[in-house]
Design a binder for this molecule. Structure first.
Ligand SMILES: Cc1cc2nc3c(=O)[nH]c(=O)nc-3n(C[C@H](O)[C@H](O)[C@H](O)COP(=O)(O)OP(=O)(O)OC[C@H]3O[C@@H](n4cnc5c(N)ncnc54)[C@H](O)[C@@H]3O)c2cc1C
Length: 284
């Protein structure tokens, strides 16, 4: 644990959003910290409420003059500020943590089918263009392709409510924007999410078992296969080609019963649990 690991110590970052240290989310965070430390990780926690992390993306994120003050464009201005080392201190501090981390776990309660606003603010402000992606460096070619990231969250709803025939609809669809649109877009290998279903409506023994399950999973987490997405080379990455699947790829897929992913379904049935589990057979 200690002595031998110091040379190549790995770092994990837990981006955490809950207001209460008595919450189930806090317990899940504590389990992650403990288990990862036991494996020799250096663990950094960004406790967003405690840090009073600012969620809104504004001109205050940029130090010095704006390039185009008459028409403020957050993406352009922050990309330039990142290049020139003029991003605000709180953003730079988080970007350093991301750079250092091999693994990032987002720990949060599901709010409105997504992350709480304070965590969305972290995503908006920390994953700056240039730092986290460019038009050349996205998806498979993303800058963070050597890193792993995952969502770990609690819900108010039960698991059955988030099934395709449940009241809320398919949780795979809910996961797509965060897992594909944020994590995979920046190049991360996306590990299967850890979902704690309805802890507030579960008896103590079920809650305890959920945390034990998480601890057990953490022991082998880094060896897990990431989720499957469509390889970037399967798309014609040009404006002329519309960034669409190559015709040949679509043709080859015609006889398949399922679409590629929850998002790239090609009008077919969704591959089962595409956003919940690594797929056994890899798409080639
Ligand atoms: C604005 C908003 C939007 C929301 N949107 C959605 C939505 O879209 N979909 C949805 O499904 N839900 C939604 N919810 C509900 C929300 O997801 C849940 O309230 C939340 O996930 C519960 O997690 P928690 O950590 O706050 O639970 P808590 O209420 O803190 O904890 C649940 C139980 O676990 C206990 N506990 C704490 N520590 C331990 C421990 N170590 N061992 C065992 N038990 C422990 C607590 O005492 C408590 O009894 C929303 C809620 C809000 C406020």
């Amino acid at each position: 644990m200690d002595g031998s690991s110091s040379m190549a110590q790995k770092t994990a970052l837990i981006v955490y959003a809950h207001q209460s240290s008595a919450s189930f989310n806090a317990a899940a965070r504590d389990a992650s910290v403990q288990e990862l430390k036991n494996q020799g990780f250096k663990v950094i926690v960004s406790d967003l409420y405690e840090m009073n992390f600012r969620a809104s993306a504004t001109q205050d994120d940029i130090i010095g003059d704006l390039k185009k003050p008459e028409h403020f464009q957050y993406g352009d201005e922050t990309m330039l500020a990142w290049k020139e080392g003029r991003l605000s201190e709180d953003i730079v501090a988080e970007q350093r943590k991301v750079e250092e981390a091999e693994l990032i776990i987002f720990q949060f309660p599901l709010w409105w089918f997504s992350v709480p606003g304070i965590m969305k603010g972290w995503i908006d402000r920390v994953l700056t263009q240039g730092f986290a992606f460019t038009l050349q460096k996205m998806y498979d070619n993303g800058g963070f392709k050597g890193k792993k990231a995952m969502l770990s969250f609690t819900t108010g709803a039960t698991q059955t409510m988030f099934q395709p025939d449940g009241l809320n609809g398919d949780v795979n669809v809910v996961l797509w924007p965060l897992q594909n649109g944020v994590l995979r877009f920046c190049g991360f290998q996306v590990l299967a999410p850890q979902i704690f279903w309805a802890p507030a409506h579960s008896p103590l023994e079920v809650r305890t078992a959920m945390l034990e399950g998480w601890r057990a999973r953490l022991k082998g987490l880094l060896a897990e296969e990431p989720l499957t997405f469509v390889p970037t080379q399967m798309f014609d990455l040009s404006f002329k080609g519309g960034f669409k699947l190559w015709p040949k790829v679509k043709e080859d897929q015609e006889s398949e019963p399922y679409g590629f992913t929850t998002g790239h379904h090609l009008g077919k049935r969704l591959p089962p649990d595409n956003q919940l589990k690594a797929q056994a057979t890899k798409q080639k």
